[in-house]
Design a protein around this ligand. Sequence first.
Ligand SMILES: [Zn+2]
Length: 187
Amino acid sequence: MILPIRAYGDPVLKKVAKDIEPGHPGLKQLIADMYETMYEASGVGLAAPQVGESIRLFIVDASPFAEDEEGKPTADAHLKDFKKVFINPYIVEEEGTEWPFEEGCLSIPNIREVVSRQPKIVLQYQDEKFTEHEETFEGFAARVIQHEHDHLDAKPTRGRWKASDAFAPWRTRSSPAAASTRAARRP
Ligand SMILES: [Zn+2]
């Protein structure tokens, strides 16, 4: 079922999301619905608060970054298989020199903003079976996770996306070609 995506200003996006336990009611259906909703919106990531659930859960499918518009592999071809469910995720380390990239957000339609983030993260999370993982992610994989993780901590509506910049959304500091290929994909 396609769920309504909550937009900037909705109180659920301003709350810090809570951890969930195994057996959380309706979890399997929620994850299926979130995938359906994300694909319908051409997104590469979606956090539970964006569909009104204030719980620590997000999904990603970054495979659109793996191919260019003609279907040829990009420098991010390894993202082809980057489709995952993250439960109770916490970024425990971030490293490297921040790099800017113009991000979009399904909850902030028609606005894109350059956000600088560190390129490498270590994430603790549980998968759909609540098995614990600690894993390192880099580049775009890290960026999509950082964006979704921000939703769980209510950050996109709390400062990282500055209102002053939000009105110059087409400015970009990354390669214009890469930006236009990716512009259609919003986490
Ligand atoms: Zn977002």
